[in-house]
Design a protein around this ligand. Structure first.
Ligand SMILES: Cc1cc2nc3c(=O)[nH]c(=O)nc-3n(C[C@H](O)[C@H](O)[C@H](O)COP(=O)(O)OP(=O)(O)OC[C@H]3O[C@@H](n4cnc5c(N)ncnc54)[C@H](O)[C@@H]3O)c2cc1C
Length: 328
């Protein structure tokens, strides 16, 4: 029976992505529950220092597939390299974060291997004999429990923030294992010419500890300024519901929800947001949710840890002043 659980560590600019640490933490928990061995997989070029960092932090073996054709991510190279690793290691499961990269290559990899892929999972269930995963469908209105058919290995991607409760535990077996992978240039169907960074100076909402988000209750672009002021006073990222970005009050990248970003900050302050399901699926994994809304029956209160029933134009400026005072 295949014993290993592999966890793919995605990285950019020499750093492991936060979602991959979530996957590693969850992989450790699952491996211990199922009495399996967990191994981290790292693909790239000259990534040995990063492998060392991962091995030291989690104390797990790290398989390093280093190849010059993997210096920049391409789905073709990743699929070839990962399929070779899967064949060499014969794992039970390959876990990864549900990132743009995973969406890009994982279906192709699953097809190459002839194996099942359950994407964007938010939870799991182990009944002692069968492992299943939970994923959301119909814009988060329904949860479905999905199991695998056929033989392992299985592929699973994890929704950002859904597994952030599983902290990486330091184990006692840090080591790097270099893998030989063969990758000819003919495999590559594209060449990365330049990586263009998104505009600098903005908070990356997926990494923000605090997010202050505003909705249609803010009335218009000018009045939305009170949200920006509170965010600045708290050193927070700025989020928004869809009417705000549709209306051009803020750029689209600030939108949280099913057609925007999924976030999991420690604190999410929702101001003048009703709590439609399309918004909730993007932020319900926040550690602590504070909702401010003048309607006591607004659905946002059903998932809020703290609720303030009242007018955002009276409450938010007071919070901003308090935050400034505390910071002084
Ligand atoms: C396919 C699809 C995808 C979608 N994707 C997304 C998505 O990614 N993200 C998203 O957010 N939405 C999305 N939506 C839209 C979603 O259905 C809701 O329409 C939207 O989230 C509502 O935004 P809102 O809460 O800001 O506005 P509203 O629902 O209009 O709520 C405004 C709230 O503000 C309160 N309010 C008004 N004035 C004040 C005041 N002065 N003080 C305090 N409270 C006040 C009101 O009581 C109300 O609860 C999507 C919809 C579809 C169909």
């Amino acid at each position: 029976m295949p014993e290993k659980i592999l966890v793919l560590a995605e990285h950019r600019s020499g750093k492991v992505k936060g979602i991959s640490w979530e996957a590693i933490g969850f992989g450790q928990q699952l491996a211990s529950q199922l009495s399996r061995e967990m191994i981290v997989v790292l693909a790239g070029h000259k990534v040995e220092p990063l492998a060392e960092e991962i091995a030291q932090r989690c104390g797990q073996p790290v398989l390093v597939a280093s190849h010059e054709h993997c210096a920049d991510y391409t789905p073709e190279a990743y699929c070839v390299v990962l399929s070779q690793i899967m064949e060499q290691q014969s794992p039970f499961l390959l876990l990864m974060g549900h990132t743009y990269q995973a969406i890009d290559f994982a279906p192709k990899l699953a097809t190459m291997l002839g194996r099942g892929f359950i994407p964007n999972c938010v939870d799991y269930n182990w009944d002692g004999s069968q492992l299943t995963f939970i994923r959301q469908v119909f814009n988060g209105k329904l949860n479905v429990q999905v199991g695998f058919k056929g033989a392992a290995p299985y592929l699973v991607s994890l929704q950002q923030g859904a597994f952030n409760g599983y902290e990486v535990q330091a184990q006692s077996n840090p080591k790097q294992v270099r893998l030989d992978v063969s990758l000819s240039e003919q495999v590559l169907k594209r060449k990365i010419l330049e990586v263009i960074q998104a505009a600098q100076g903005r908070v990356d909402l997926s990494q923000a500890d605090i997010i202050v988000a505003g909705g249609r209750g803010l009335a218009n672009k000018e009045k939305f300024q009170i949200i920006l002021d509170l965010a600045q006073a708290l050193g927070a990222g700025v989020g928004a519901s869809r009417p705000v970005t549709d209306g051009g009050w803020l750029p689209k990248e600030h939108q949280i929800g099913s057609s925007g970003q999924t976030v999991a900050p420690k604190l999410y302050i929702a101001c003048g947001i009703s709590g439609a399901i399309q918004h909730l699926v993007g932020m319900s994994n926040a550690g602590c949710i504070v909702a401010i809304n003048k309607d006591p029956n607004a659905p946002i209160f059903s998932i809020a840890d703290y609720g303030i029933v009242g007018d955002v134009f009276k409450i938010v400026p007071v919070l901003t002043e308090l935050a400034k005072e505390i910071r002084r």
